[in-house]
Design a protein around this ligand. Sequence first.
Ligand SMILES: [Zn+2]
Ligand SMILES: [Zn+2]
Length: 295
Amino acid sequence: MVVHLQTKLTLSPITKNIPTSHHRPSLLRLRVTCSVTTTTKTHSNRETEKLVVVNPPLSNDQTLQSTWSHRFWVAAGCTTVFASLLKSITGGFASHLWLEPALAGFGGYILADLGSGVYHWATDNYGNESTPVVGIHIEDSKGHHKWPWTITRRQFANNLHFLARGVTFTVLPLDLAFNDPVVHGFVSTFAFCVLFCPQFHAWAHGTKSKLPRLVVAFQDMGLLVSRTHHVNHHRASYNNNYCVVSGVWNKVLDESNFFEALEMVLYLQLGVRPRSWAGPNSEWSEETVISNNNN
Ligand SMILES: [Zn+2]
Ligand SMILES: [Zn+2]
């Protein structure tokens, strides 16, 4: 959005309505930040300076809305997971196997939490928007750390579509290639948790009184990642609590300094520094990013 000389036009009516004694600089600064949303430039055709202000997305922001493409991928992912679950149940019936597929399913649930932590750690710390395949998710992660509450305003399919696409491309070939109920016991649970972990993550940012009771009960029982644990991930030293399915792996990973050790190995081998080393002054801790670009 380009706003021509918006600063002058907006400030005038605001200051007119405020008594002189209340002309506090802090109030005026707040108004300016809200009104100048993206870009200002003069009417001149000459090269001019642009002020770019990046504000948190509003609830009605397009980037938080679901599109038909998002819904398609979530539906496709759920279909492949359901097909895998069906194969596990029908295969179990046919071969009178119950315990093994159930145990494999439990293993899928436990390992999905570990997988979510490793993936979350990797995208929080390495790469950028031009990274193949996951670049868009890395940018989303950066946005999440600047404005964590926006995840609760993302529409369902918007939040899930990226991992749903990955699940579709992974589980569909497995559905076609295998009929083993034990394999599908593992695959269906693992893939279900991966597909829905952005939703579990969003619930971890939710307000207790506004969440469904069952979700709060599951969070309190430790079946889903807890709100109180996940909040630590967003504190200044955020290099912890990466797992967002049940969170069962967080304690062991954090107490063993697993990710710190992995970061050190990568640094020594490849010379790449993780973003977490930048600490609380990193770009993620900024509320607003203002930069000057020459057009
Ligand atoms: Zn994170
Ligand atoms: Zn979060």
